[in-house]
Design a protein around this ligand. Structure first.
Ligand SMILES: [Zn+2]
Length: 375
């Protein structure tokens, strides 16, 4: 889960956020417009004017990307898919879906909505550019309009590259899914094609840099690397989701944990439990009911000489919703909890009894095995 996102504003019930890399991208956009694009086309304008045009162009680009993303989000919402956040990345953004589309048709419509919006914006800005030119509007204005027309056409084309999870990749996946009726196979194929594309784009970037086109080369490499990591991540997250689908804590926990009575002294705990069992965490019970858990970390807070009379119940972490889950909790929810609390092992309870321990390590091993079988 990406953590370096900044929420900008809320509109129509969606949070619009930027990836922190966007700040660098924004600077790169403004700089390449002010120092490269505009001076090359309008030689007669001054340096300050180029920078103003560049800033206006960047704002227009930003708005265009938001409109593109909103069109995805609206279609998704129309088909009942939950979308909370719209996060802007390098070229375009991501309307973050909580769930995958239910059918190839929904996936196709949702994916194609963005490029269609970009094409409409291309037509709009081009028309405005023509009208402006006909009316002899100031050059900086028509210049920015012309740029926005061009950039929206590029956005439409770029997003239609068959590189999952871009729109083109999703259209490709929808097609493969529709043909074979197997979303996993379709995702795998779409991801493979995407990885090939991403590597080709990075290669083009290096060729450009060798040919002394430094700015162009940097762009290609940035875009290629972004596509590469996105294709990788989206396939793996689908695999993880599907592996855990319908599975609960019951399937993955270590059952019958060794429990420690509430009134055990820490000294006895070290002698009779820690040095006997290969466990890192012991559930603490009081009259058979689970009341908390204890690990070496809690024991270490008590000096050696006091461990004779301090009890497990005194220093344990009391059981709460952050360190325990019920046996019927879905594994998805366990992963979310581990991710938000940072805990790598949780108590499993059933009717106030400790019935097991679930660890992140076991879940990861299960996924690693699945992936190995998949290769
Ligand atoms: Zn899109």
């Amino acid at each position: 889960m990406p953590k370096n996102n900044i929420t900008l504003f809320r509109l129509f019930g969606f949070n619009v956020r930027i990836d922190s890399s966007w700040i660098i991208i924004l600077f790169l956009v403004i700089w390449s417009l002010a120092e490269g694009f505009f001076p090359a086309r309008f030689a007669e304008l001054g340096g300050q004017t180029y920078w103003m045009m560049a800033i206006a162009g960047a704002i227009g680009l930003f708005a265009s990307i938001i409109i593109h993303e909103f069109s995805h989000a609206f279609i998704a919402r129309k088909y009942g898919l939950k979308i909370q956040n719209i996060t802007l990345f390098v070229f375009g953004g991501v309307a973050e879906m909580k769930e995958e589309p239910h059918s190839p048709k929904v996936e196709f419509l949702m994916a194609i909505a963005g490029p269609i919006a970009s094409l409409l914006l291309w037509v709009l800005f081009n028309t405005l550019h023509r009208i402006g030119s006909a009316m002899e509007a100031p050059l900086p204005i028509t210049g920015v309009l012309g740029y926005l027309g061009m950039i929206n056409l590029l956005l439409a084309i770029f997003n239609m590259l068959p590189a999952f999870p871009t729109d083109g990749g999703r259209v490709l996946r929808a097609f493969l899914w529709w043909r074979k009726k197997d979303i996993r196979w379709a995702t795998q194929m779409a991801s493979r094609i995407s990885l090939f594309f991403a590597v080709s784009i990075i290669f083009i970037g290096f060729v450009n840099m060798i040919a002394n086109n430094i700015i162009g080369g940097i762009w290609w490499i940035l875009i290629g690397s972004f596509l590469f990591s996105a294709a990788h991540a989206s396939y793996h997250s689908l695999l993880i989701k599907q592996s855990f689908e319908g599975k609960t804590v019951r399937h993955f926990m270590n059952p019958s944990p060794v429990t420690v009575p509430y009134d055990t002294t820490l000294e006895a705990l070290i002698e009779n439990y820690l040095s006997h069992y290969p466990h890192k965490m012991f559930p603490v019970t009081k009259e058979d009911d689970i009341v908390g858990m204890i690990t070496l970390k809690e024991i270490k807070t008590v000096p050696d000489e006091d461990r004779k009379h301090r009890l497990a119940g005194d220093v344990m972490q009391p059981k709460d919703t952050n360190n325990s889950v019920s046996i019927d909790t879905a594994v998805d929810d366990v992963l979310v909890k581990m991710n938000t609390t940072g805990a790598s092992r949780l108590l499993v309870t059933e009717k106030n009894k400790a019935v097991g321990i679930i660890t992140l390590k076991d879940l990861i091993e299960f996924i690693a095995l699945k992936m190995e079988l998949e290769e």
